[in-house]
Design a protein around this ligand. Structure first.
Ligand SMILES: Nc1ncnc2c1ncn2[C@@H]1O[C@H](COP(=O)(O)OP(=O)(O)OP(=O)(O)O)[C@@H](O)[C@H]1O
Ligand SMILES: [Mg+2]
Length: 423
């Protein structure tokens, strides 16, 4: 059976690696993939990215099903295109993907369906936006409506910073069309966690919980990144919190999307803010798996991913069950010089160590050049390890991460600190 994974990051490497466990049964294509996917047995990269060209490929090669990793092809309607041609694909339609592609849509949708989230207003013009900031108390959060590759959210501790963010987006058009409309929302206190589920339009299968580290430096300092490391499970997602999130956020979202005529299919990611008092609010939705959360989640998934996806495509997730390794998985991202600004490319990566069975080096921004693996993006690798507890997982992951060298390598040394109980 031939499968197609769309994307080129660590998330897609983890998906392809998991699916390739049955490599004697399947051939997996990754479009366009990276140096890591190129080296997995049973996996082959193809240099195709355009959605129509991917559908042509799927038709010609008789691909059994396609799985979409990143948001850009979903926003471009790749699921609509595949389905119109009778090709099997797992992901949301362009209309359902608005939960991620328009912050204004997501916020209004949550208001319509009573889903807890920060109070907000949306603006197309700077003058009323400035008036609103003057009315509210800082801190405030200014968000570009559209996709902005992680650069569209400004947490403004002071009114001055909020005014500046509005001007940059609405007046200076710093983010282009993505920032021509902004959402201004109240700042939420609490601890963040990632809650990812599979949805078949009606039924929901929750995946293991996880937590990400957004800032570039230790102690959650410095600018935001795509994520510098993650682990699963997230101890903050207790059984009570889990039940509450399903009841107050996930189920109303899936029911609401169905009721509005845009049923949701695919992976759905809710970014949570969990308050000390046990209340939970929705920070955002993503219409895909998180990166790097997917890497530890795939390390822990014992069930056959293809079977789960087939059940989802068949609308039978109510009959599905996911089995998880009881151990903790933790991934440390190695980022390139210059990240999260413009990353330097072409640095030679060496010292790829032997990977003990419970450790896996997932590639993200890597490519092959003159017989060597070189950096080719902001987040280069994600070294992920299983351990009996968070301390063990962390020790294994850093032991491998420290053996890998490239000029300008950046990594956080404190991945998992929130899950480490004070001793
Ligand atoms: N209302 C809020 N209160 C406090 N912090 C917030 C709020 N909204 C966003 N943030 C912070 O900003 C980060 C990015 O916000 P958000 O998740 O909406 O943006 P995004 O660009 O879609 O992120 P991602 O790249 O994860 O999809 C959040 O992870 C959180 O740390
Ligand atoms: Mg998002």
């Amino acid at each position: 059976m031939k499968l197609l994974v769309i994307g080129s990051g660590g998330r897609e490497h983890a998906l392809a690696w998991h699916l390739a466990r049955d490599s004697q049964l399947h051939k997996i294509y990754v479009a366009p993939g990276n140096s890591g996917t190129a080296r997995e047995s049973g996996v082959e990269n193809i240099a195709v990215t355009n959605p129509e060209a991917l559908a042509d490929f799927a038709e010609k090669e008789k691909i059994h099903l396609a799985i979409v990793g990143p948001e850009a092809p979903l926003a471009a309607g790749i699921v609509n295109i595949f389905r119109a041609r009778g090709l099997k694909i797992f992901g949301p339609t362009k209309e359902a993907a608005r939960l991620e592609t328009s912050k204004d849509f997501a916020k209004r949708f949550m208001s319509r369906h009573g889903i807890p989230t920060a109070a907000f207003e949306t603006f197309d013009n700077a003058i009323p936006a400035h008036d609103y900031i003057d009315l509210k108390n800082a801190p405030l959060v200014i968000k570009a409506d559209g996709l902005a590759a992680g650069k569209g959210v400004i947490v403004a501790p002071t009114p001055e910073e909020a005014h500046r963010a509005v001007d940059e987006m609405l007046m200076d058009k710093k983010l282009g069309p993505a920032g021509s409309r902004v959402v201004i929302e109240d700042f939420l206190e609490g601890e963040e966690a990632s809650f990812i589920v599979m949805v078949d339009g009606k039924n929901i299968l929750p995946l293991a919980s996880s937590q990400d580290h957004k800032r570039i430096y230790d102690g959650d300092r410095g600018p935001n990144t795509g994520g510098m490391g993650a682990y699963s499970p997230a101890p903050i997602v207790t059984p009570e919190i889990h039940a509450k999130v399903m009841r107050e956020i996930i189920r109303p979202t899936v029911l609401g999307m169905e009721a509005e005529g845009t049923p949701y299919t695919g992976f759905l990611y809710a970014g949570l803010m969990i308050h000390e008092d046990g209340s939970v609010k929705t920070v955002e939705f993503n219409c895909r798996l998180g990166d790097p959360e997917t890497q530890p989640i795939m390390m822990r998934l014992k069930s056959n991913l293809l079977v789960l996806i087939e059940q989802a495509i068949a609308g039978k997730l109510d009959q599905a069950d996911a089995e998880w390794d009881h151990r903790v998985a933790l991934g440390v991202v190695l980022a390139a010089a210059g990240y999260p600004g413009t990353p330097r490319k072409g640095d030679v990566i060496d010292g790829f160590p032997e990977q003990p069975g419970d450790t896996k080096i997932f590639h993200a921004g890597t490519s092959d050049k003159e017989g060597q693996i070189v950096t080719d993006g902001g987040r280069v690798l994600c070294v992920t390890a299983l351990g009996a507890n968070i301390r063990h997982a962390r020790k294994h992951a850093y032991a491998v991460a420290d053996d890998i060298h490239f000029s300008g390598k950046q990594l956080r040394r404190d991945i998992g600190y929130r899950a480490l109980k004070p001793v």
